[in-house]
Design a protein around this ligand. Structure first.
Ligand code: NAD
Ligand code: UFG
Length: 337
């Protein structure tokens, strides 16, 4: 397949591009580079020895998007492009809704015009809100009592895609609800490169380990969990990337939704210890108050993805820490060097 990756220069997109190319597909990346650099695409080309067609354009701009893709054919789309910082979405709700909704609307119109029917969308476990069961299955209610515009924008996107499929029965869409992506390609050549102070746990831990930041703030130690700190389902980004290829292959007319997670919960302190062991570096931390909007435990029931897509995680959290460290230690300042 020739696959268009919107936001394909970003963290998850670059790893997915690599897996697609390794499995014999062709890749077109459309990205405005608002949260990434051209260098990630160049490194995927270097790792695979194959070329990527790169288009720099803002997907929320229908004219720029059409002009950029004018003479470029593709027969499937993975839609990663969007804004993803939960806290920032509370501060800038209109910007988050505009980017995360307009991008999908522009894309769906373009797909219909071009008669491209295969779509995989980057959704998130945040669509489930506060979990009602220890493991979250796809049957869990979606879009109920969400606490931030980012989460709402993902739930709204899923609805938009369902409505688009109702009006266009040929559309074969898959909403992938990611749990917590971590790690990097084992080469250490591509990885997560957040701009500014990382919002997420693992890139922050990696930057403490490499000496860029002094200590980690652990947000709360009074949750009803194994050691009082938040528990999440961390998934190796290469497993996640492979999940996209499985979803593309199994897409069928209509809309499906799958969790991409491991089913294993890891606390913040367990994650810190895991990273210390993998890196051989100390990760000093201090306990801080809870972060607003955080949940105690968010862990996937990953059974459906295995049953329908034949996909499940094969890499451990330890492996993710080792690969994240390979990336961070070789690129202390990310793609900037
Ligand atoms: P990322 O920021 O690294 O990648 C997103 C890419 O989209 C970036 O390269 C950015 O430049 C591009 N982009 C943003 N706005 C654009 C626009 N208007 N036009 C064109 N390109 C645009 O983030 P990521 O971690 O790779 O996440 C990819 C997707 O997965 C996002 O939709 C995110 O919400 C979703 N997701 C991420 C996580 C996570 O923890 N990383 C969890 C759940 C869901
Ligand atoms: N945490 C800290 N200190 C930090 C950062 C995080 O203690 O500096 C804790 C959090 O309180 C939480 C855990 O580490 O208990 C994980 O936090 P992250 O910010 O790494 O991840 P979240 O689970 O809050 O959210 C992430 C992404 C969302 C995505 C969601 C899917 O940010 O975009 O996973 O579950 F939707």
């Amino acid at each position: 397949m020739r696959v268009l990756l919107t936001g394909g220069a970003g963290y998850i997109g670059s790893h997915t591009a690599l897996v697609l190319l390794e499995q014999g597909h062709q890749v077109v990346v459309l990205d405005d580079l608002s949260n990434s650099s051209r260098e990630s695409v160049r490194r995927v080309e270097e790792l695979t020895g194959q070329e990527i067609v790169f288009v720099q354009a803002d997907l929320t701009d229908p004219h720029a998007t059409r002009a950029g893709l004018d003479d470029i054919a593709f027969d499937a789309v993975i839609h990663f492009a969007g804004l993803k910082a939960v806290g920032e979405s509370v501060e800038q709700p209109t910007r988050y809704y505009r980017v995360n909704l307009d991008s999908t609307l522009v894309l769906l119109d373009l797909m219909r015009e071009r008669d491209v029917t295969r779509l995989v969308f980057s959704s998130s476990a945040t669509v489930y809100g506060d979990p009602q069961t220890p493991l979250i299955a796809e049957t869990h209610p979606v879009g109920v009592g969400l606490t931030n515009p980012y989460g709402w924008s993902k739930a709204m996107n899923e609805q938009i895609i369902r409505d688009a499929a109702a009006a266009w029965p040929a559309l074969a869409a898959v909403n992938l609800r990611y749990f917590n992506p971590v790690g990097a390609h084992h080469s250490g050549r591509i990885g997560e490169d957040p701009s500014g102070i990382p919002n997420n746990l693992m890139p922050y831990v990696a930057q403490v380990a490499v000496g860029r930041r002094e200590r980690l703030a652990v947000f709360g130690d009074d949750y009803p969990t194994v050691d009082g700190t938040g528990v999440r389902d961390y998934i190796h980004v290469m497993d996640l990337a492979e999940g996209h290829v499985a979803a593309l292959t199994h897409a069928e007319p209509g809309v499906q939704a799958f969790n991409l997670g491991s089913g294993v919960g890891t606390s913040v302190l367990e994650a810190v210890r895991g990273f210390e062991e993998a890196s051989g570096r100390a990760v000093p931390y201090a306990i801080h108050p809870r972060r607003a909007g955080d949940l105690a435990t968010v862990v996937a029931d990953p059974a459906l993805a295995f049953e329908r897509l034949g996909w499940r995680t094969t890499r451990s959290f330890t492996e993710a820490c080792r690969d994240a460290w390979a990336w961070q230690s070789a690129n202390p300042r990310g793609y900037a060097g």
